[in-house]
Design a binder for this molecule. Structure first.
Ligand SMILES: [Zn+2]
Length: 63
């Protein structure tokens, strides 16, 4: 099982996305962000979103 903590992306949030694969964790994290951090995502440029995706991938850890 892999996990990603929202706060590792610098967001003040206790959500932790989990999944069996990196793709699954990313999907869960963005599904969460799309609801809880929708305003934040909307305020980001394409470049910032790409950077966020890299940060997310770099912070996925073994659960
Ligand atoms: Zn969050």
């Amino acid at each position: 099982m892999l996990k990603f903590a929202c706060k590792d992306a610098g967001v003040d949030c206790n959500y932790i996305a989990t999944g069996e694969t990196v793709e699954a964790v990313k999907w869960n994290a963005f599904a969460h962000a799309g609801v809880v951090h929708a305003e934040l995502l909307k305020s980001m440029t394409q470049e910032q979103l790409a950077e966020l995706t890299r940060t997310l991938e770099a912070n996925i850890k073994q659960a």
